[in-house]
Design a protein around this ligand. Structure first.
Ligand SMILES: CSC[C@H]1O[C@@H](n2cnc3c(O)ncnc32)[C@H](O)[C@@H]1O
Ligand SMILES: [Zn+2]
Length: 438
C-alpha cells in the first residue's frame, strides 16, 4: 500500500466504538485521509510511505473538538471576572462589545484563539460571534477546521440591526463557504431570551432546508428559567419545542437546569448537549447533569465557552474538569470515566456538529485530523493507561504535533502557519486600548 505519510506512535487512542487503547500502532495517510490504522510492525512491512514520523513516548489521538466558543473573546480574557452571568453580560461584556467589536477586533481575537487552540490540540471549533465572515476567513487561512455561527439576536449591533438582517448576512456566509473543505456554518441564535418567536421559527425552517445545526445557549442559569416562566409562561426548552426547534440538529449549550422529563425529551428527539463545565463553574451558573444525560442516551459534547468566562480555550483541561465534576454531581466515582471524557471531547463533538463521518476518531476514511502528545514528562509517568494520563494528568505543553487534513499545523510545538510573536503583540495592543478607554 502507498501512503503519503506514516505516523508510528507508542500509544494510540483511536476513540473507536470499543474505546481501544493501542500500543505500537501506526496511521497511514493519503490525500488528507486515514487509509489504515494498524500495528507498527505490520505497517513497516506493508506500507510504502513518502514520509515517516516516529513518535516514541507519545500518544496519538483524534483532534479535539471545542463544541462551543466565542473565539474573538480572547481579547476580553480577564476583563470582567468573578461575576454572575447576567451582571457579567449586561454591565460589562455587552457594553464592551458595543464599543469595541468590529472586523479588526474579530480578526485579531480569532487569530489569538486559533493559535491557543491549535497549541492545545483543538483542531475543530464551533463558534458564535459577531462578524463571522472574518472568523471564517482567519480560521481557513490558519488551516483549522470550524463550524461558524450565523448569529441572530433581536438587538442592533455594529454587525446588523435586526434579526432579519442577521439572518440575511448568515445566508450570504452559507453561500460563500458552501464547498469549503474546512469551514461549515450553523445557525447560532444566541438564546431563547435574546431572540423572539418569529426569527426562531425562521431559523428552524432555514436550518431544516439547508441541513445545518442550530447552536444556542439554553438553560444556562436558574434565572433564565424564572424569566421565561414570567415572560412566556413556560420553560425555555418547552418554548423551543413548541416552536419546533428540538430535534437532531439542535446543539444546546450549557443545560445546567434540567428536569427528568426534559432529559427524556432530549434523548427522544436526538438533540445534542454541549457541556461547558469551567464557564458554568466560574459564572456559578449551575451543574449540567452529564452522567444522567449520557445514561439516557443523549449525545454530550464539550466546550470551553469564550475566554472571557473560562478564561482559557483548553479542551484538555475541560476534559479533566468534566470528568471530576461529573463524579461530584452524580455522587459516584465511576461516573464520567476518562474514556467518556475523551469521547465527549472528540467523537461526541463531531456528532453534535454533523461531522461524525469526517472527524472525531482515527478510523479509515476519516480526515487525518490528529494530535500527538509527549507523555515522557515526569507528571505523566509511570504510564499504566494512556487515557488516564491524557485526561487526568497531561497539560497543553505536551501537545507537540498537530495535523489537520494530513497537513501539519503544529510541528514540535510550533505553529507552522501562524506568527506567535505578532499575534501576541497585537493582542497586547488591544489590551491597552480596552484598559485605557474602559
Ligand atoms: C451573538 S454573538 C455571542 C454573544 O454571546 C455572548 N456570550 C458569551 N458567553 C456567553 C454565555 O456564557 N452566555 C450567554 N452569552 C454569552 C457574547 O458576549 C456575545 O455577545
Ligand atoms: Zn457561550
Amino acid at each position: 500500500m502507498q501512503a503519503e505519510l506514516l505516523i508510528h506512535a507508542q500509544w494510540m487512542l483511536p476513540v473507536d466504538p470499543e474505546d481501544r487503547q493501542l500500543t505500537e500502532h501506526a496511521v497511514a495517510i493519503a490525500e488528507g485521509r486515514i487509509l489504515a490504522v494498524l500495528p507498527s510492525a505490520e505497517a513497516r512491512q506493508s506500507i510504502q510511505a513518502e514520509r515517516v514520523v516516529e513518535l516514541p513516548g507519545h500518544v496519538l489521538i483524534p483532534g479535539l473538538v471545542n463544541a462551543h466558543t466565542h473565539a474573538a473573546m480572547t481579547l476580553m480574557r480577564g476583563l470582567a471576572d468573578d461575576l454572575p452571568l447576567m451582571t457579567w453580560l449586561h454591565d460589562h461584556i455587552w457594553p464592551a462589545e458595543q464599543r469595541w467589536v468590529d472586523p479588526a477586533f474579530v480578526g485579531d481575537g480569532t487569530r489569538l484563539a486559533v493559535l491557543e487552540m491549535l497549541r492545545g490540540g483543538v483542531t475543530c471549533y464551533n463558534d458564535m460571534y459577531f462578524h463571522p465572515d472574518v472568523t471564517a476567513q482567519v480560521t481557513a487561512e490558519a488551516g483549522m477546521r470550524a463550524v461558524i455561527g450565523m448569529i441572530v439576536v433581536d438587538f442592533p449591533t455594529g454587525y446588523a440591526d435586526c434579526a432579519d438582517a442577521y439572518i440575511a448576512k448568515g445566508l450570504c456566509l452559507h453561500d460563500q463557504y458552501r464547498d469549503h473543505p474546512l469551514i461549515r456554518v450553523a445557525f447560532a441564535p444566541h438564546s431563547p431570551y435574546a431572540v423572539c418567536d418569529a426569527p426562531l421559527q425562521r431559523v428552524r425552517t432555514l436550518a431544516d432546508e439547508l441541513e445545518v445545526p442550530i447552536h444556542l445557549h439554553l438553560h444556562e442559569t436558574h434565572d433564565e428559567i424564572v424569566q421565561s416562566l414570567r415572560d412566556h409562561g413556560e420553560r425555555p426548552l418547552s418554548r423551543l419545542d413548541r416552536l419546533g426547534l428540538i430535534g437532531p440538529n439542535l446543539v444546546s449549550i450549557h443545560m445546567t437546569q434540567l428536569e427528568e422529563a426534559e432529559i427524556a425529551r432530549l434523548a427522544e428527539t436526538g438533540a445534542h448537549v454541549v457541556h461547558c463545565p469551567e464557564s458554568n463553574l466560574k459564572l456559578a451558573s449551575g451543574f449540567c447533569p452529564v452522567a444522567r444525560l449520557l445514561e439516557a442516551g443523549v449525545n454530550v459534547a464539550l466546550g470551553t465557552d469564550g475566554a472571557a468566562s473560562n478564561n482559557d480555550l483548553n479542551l484538555l483541561g475541560e476534559m479533566r474538569t468534566a470528568a471530576l465534576l461529573g463524579k461530584g454531581v452524580a455522587g459516584s466515582a465511576s461516573a464520567v470515566p476518562a474514556a467518556a471524557a475523551l469521547r465527549m471531547a472528540t467523537i461526541n463533538g463531531a456528532r453534535a456538529l454533523g461531522l461524525e463521518d469526517e472527524i472525531g476518531s482515527l478510523e479509515p476514511g476519516k480526515s487525518a485530523d490528529l494530535v500527538a502528545l509527549d507523555l515522557r514528562d515526569p507528571h505523566t509517568q509511570p504510564l499504566y493507561h494512556p487515557v488516564s494520563q491524557l485526561v487526568y494528568a497531561a497539560g497543553r505543553h505536551q501537545v507537540r504535533q498537530v495535523w489537520i487534513q494530513g497537513r501539519q499545523v503544529l510541528r514540535d510545538g510550533m505553529p507552522t502557519r501562524l506568527d506567535t510573536a505578532e499575534i501576541v503583540a497585537t493582542a497586547q495592543v488591544w489590551g491597552e486600548r480596552l484598559e485605557i478607554m474602559g
